[in-house]
Design a protein around this ligand. Structure first.
Ligand code: HT9
Ligand code: FE2
Length: 328
């Protein structure tokens, strides 16, 4: 599919992840630089990565998505936190003569972490490369029919993986990365957009799967210092609450992510699965959009849309972080 907007390249922008054990700590230090994440939390998360051989799945998932794309443009890939770094990619784009690229970010929703921070990453990379191409971030796609169709298909598959007698009553438990409550309040042009968009996507997916089936939206992968409030409830606490209400089966739907990266395979497939087993609940997990054909074709459709208006400068502001206490 061609582009009507004068794009001469597509840039896939992602989070990045380590691919060998010795890269895990330097990667994590990039992620949390200046963000007040306690050391204990970092060491805990390091153990999750080392438990998977020091390899995050996310980079390979970006390669797979790029390989699956059917677009008539050269495709580049740059990350926020690990190689290939965005700045190196933007330099290569400039050397290749790219003048105006569309950026597809592997995050579908509004918030500082899922939108503004990527815009800032792109701006910083461009500032470091004299003559850098113009880079236009494609719009949020949480409600795009391609994303919704992919998630609905994967949710149906996960329902089918439940024991037959557990399907009828199974709750759909949509999950997304928790963020600080203060970040959630200021997400999007009028605030609250992260949660509102997630609710909308969950509603659309449920309507495609089975109108009227009960669903919830809960949070996973909480980070940050314990005294700072983040969105709750956590998915594991929620499974306990459901169990106490008499619910005996659930399908986890990681609607907040677009690939089965570490947050999904550790926090859901290890931790939440463990919680469900202890409770005696039947639990399956839907795959993320990944390389589902409708998700892949969505990228080409976004490229063909009229160029999106840039986000207002006041949209999804950077959080004001409490100054680190002395001795920390
Ligand atoms: C909204 C959101 C998304 C979804 C949008 C998007 O996809 O961008 C997301 C994705 C991801 N988060 C990831 C990993 C991590 N996130 C962390 C920490 C944090 N995430 C936050 C938010 C989000 N994160 C926040 C507010 C923090 C606190 C620090 C800060 O204010 O920035 C930490 C630090 C350690 C810890 O967990 O405490 C890690 C290691 C990976 C990679 C997985 C892999 O390697 O496969 C991915 C895709
Ligand atoms: Fe994160």
């Amino acid at each position: 599919m061609g582009s009507t907007n004068g794009y001469d390249a597509l840039l896939v922008v992602s989070f990045g992840g380590p691919e060998k054990p010795e890269d895990v700590m330097p990667f994590l230090e990039n992620v949390v630089r200046g963000r007040g994440v306690p050391r204990e939390r970092l060491l805990e998360v390091e153990a999750h990565y080392q438990g998977f051989g020091g390899v995050s799945p996310i980079n390979q998932q970006c390669r797979d998505l790029i390989a699956a794309l059917d677009v008539d443009l050269p495709v580049y890939w740059g990350n926020r936190n690990w190689h290939p770094f965005l700045e190196d990619t933007v330099r290569r784009m400039k050397e290749d003569g790219v003048r105006k690229a569309a950026a597809f970010v592997t995050a579908a929703y509004s918030s500082y972490s899922s939108c503004r921070q990527y815009l800032d990453d792109i701006a910083r990379a461009r500032a470091a490369v004299p003559g850098a191409p113009e880079i236009v971030k494609l719009r949020h796609y949480y409600d795009h029919p391609g994303f919704i169709a992919a998630m609905a298909d994967h949710t149906r598959e996960a329902l089918d993986r439940l024991p037959a007698d557990a399907r009828e009553q199974a709750r759909l438990v949509f999950t997304a990365h928790s963020i600080p409550v203060s970040m959630a309040r200021t997400a999007g042009p009028a605030g609250g957009a992260y949660e509102a968009q997630l609710r909308r996507a969950a509603e659309l997916v449920t309507a495609h799967v089975e109108e009227g089936r009960a669903w919830d939206l809960v949070w996973q992968s909480r980070s940050g210092p314990p005294q700072v409030p983040w969105l709750e409830p956590d998915v594991c606490d929620h499974l306990e609450a459901l169990h106490a209400e008499g619910v005996r089966s659930a399908v986890l739907v990681p609607i907040g992510f677009v690939s089965d990266h570490m947050e999904v395979v550790y926090d859901l497939d290890v931790e939440a699965a463990d919680t469900a087993e202890k409770l005696g609940m039947a639990l399956t997990r839907a795959s993320t959009a990944g390389t589902h054909p409708r998700f892949v074709s969505m990228v080409a459709e976004l490229l063909a849309e009229p160029e999106p208006a840039p986000c207002a400068a006041t949209c999804c502001p950077a959080p004001v972080r409490p100054a680190a206490r002395p001795g920390r």
